[in-house]
Design a protein around this ligand. Sequence first.
Ligand code: 13P
Ligand code: ZN
Length: 274
Amino acid sequence: MKVLEAKFVQDFIKLCAEGYRKGWHERNGGNLSYRIKDEEINLIKENLIDCDYQDIGTEVPFLKNEYFLVTGSGKYMMNVPLDPEDNICIIKLDETGTKFKIVWGLKNGGRPTSELPSHLMNLEVVKRRTNDKYRIVYHCHATNIIALTFVLPLKNEVFTRELREMATECPVVFPDGVGVVPWMVPGGKDIAVATSKLMEKFDVAIWAHHGIFGTGPDFDTTFGLVDTVEKSAEILVKVLSMSNTKLQTITRENFIDLAKDFKVTLNEDALNCK
Ligand code: 13P
Ligand code: ZN
């Protein structure tokens, strides 16, 4: 099978297009990675090429020898559906989990996203945490979430509570809440370590004054998660623009009732945060 015919490649492209349509990917902003299943790589193996290994810039031994579909550095999400082979690539990790090689894509040259250390470290943490279930890490520059990082305290429990209050579905979509990384230089190991630490507990990490990282088992769930967080952020931006006091909101008791009926366990720190 041709690489572009594979369902996971089509789903990957669809997410890139949808994120761009949402306005979350100005210029080359944002990136996406998918940990490919063995059966999926077997379907397209005849199209993969060999090439030299390069350093990842961090260590992910739990992902050794695995294959990933990732966006290219400096590439525009807008262009992914128009010419996937120029904008995305498949990489394979070596047997130590410290190096990668490009085995398909980026036909005119280039390298995987500069956030590869964050993507791989997050994928490693969530592979372990979810017992192999989670395969996707998505980073975008969602406008309203970024705006909130200028006015809310950069605390996990504050962001979780404020976002949850804005939409009844939130506690069900992200019962564990969201984590927040203070401003850091992007593209390196330090921010990857800080983000992956949060991913041990949360499906969402917010990068102050930069964007958001979301993770999940499939493309729709991961995109839906980020979409829900950003929608709540948009409502909160509107509420804060109208008034700095809420006349009414979803209360702690309401959340407890909701959690009971929807059979989710809510993160206690956010529940008890005033
Ligand atoms: P890349 O073009 O290297 O993926 O970087 C975009 C970005 O959003 C960095 O945080
Ligand atoms: Zn970014």
